[in-house]
Design a protein around this ligand. Structure first.
Ligand SMILES: [Zn+2]
Ligand SMILES: [Zn+2]
Length: 205
């Protein structure tokens, strides 16, 4: 097994442990799963946050409690999509959406089946970062070349993913990696982690 494969397996396992999204969705009732699928489809097709009233209140409350959906003034966030700006933007098709984190951003082209451009900055030095992918989520170009994704340690108290876990999954430029400021995985590996973590959303929830 290559170091890269090992890193991917380890990161997917860690992400599922720290944020068991798929397990939570699979354990919930059919009506709530249907509501979740509706919100996800709205995001994929419109590239914008649906309003909370598009799903029954009972399901809404349950999905927010599970941290599968995030309520905000600008609508419903649904991992990997954020209803509020995060500094990580994904342009796909005619849409431009914010992603919850770097791994989430890299999963969006795969989920939307569309080539995408991710615009962000190095979270250490603010250098602009641009990553392009094809319609299956493979990286076609990264600027600067060698940009990495860091997956930082969670604080002791894990509250809601978008408030603690996701802000620690960030792009880091090669100079900051070389300088030892962060440890990270390649964007290609991070994209594979995203595809594995969010794969269940494509199979129909
Ligand atoms: Zn940097
Ligand atoms: Zn995330």
């Amino acid at each position: 097994m290559t170091a890269s494969t090992n890193h991917i397996i380890h990161s997917v396992a860690r992400l599922r442990r720290e944020f068991p999204l798929q397990a939570r969705i699979e354990a919930t009732d059919p009506a709530t799963r249907a509501a979740y699928a509706m919100v996800l489809q709205a995001w994929l097709h419109n590239g914008a946050a649906p309003k909370p009233h598009v799903i029954p209140l009972h399901s809404l409350n349950k999905l927010v409690e599970l941290d599968a959906l995030v309520e905000s003034e600008s609508g419903l966030g649904c991992y990997p999509f954020s209803a509020v700006k995060t500094g990580i933007t994904v342009a796909y098709g005619e849409h431009q959406a914010s992603a919850m984190c770097a791994i989430d951003a890299l999963a969006i082209p795969f989920l939307a089946n569309t080539a995408a451009t991710i615009i962000a900055t190095c979270s250490v030095c603010d250098l602009p970062v641009r990553v392009q992918t094809d319609a299956v989520g493979q990286i076609t170009q990264a600027v600067p070349a060698g940009v990495h994704v860091a997956y930082r340690k969670l604080a002791q108290e894990h509250v809601v993913c978008c408030n603690d876990l996701c802000p620690g999954i960030v792009f880091v430029c090669p100079a900051c990696i070389a300088g030892g400021a962060e440890d990270g995985m390649s964007v290609a590996d991070a994209a594979e982690v995203g595809r594995q973590f969010f794969g269940f959303q494509r199979e129909g929830v």
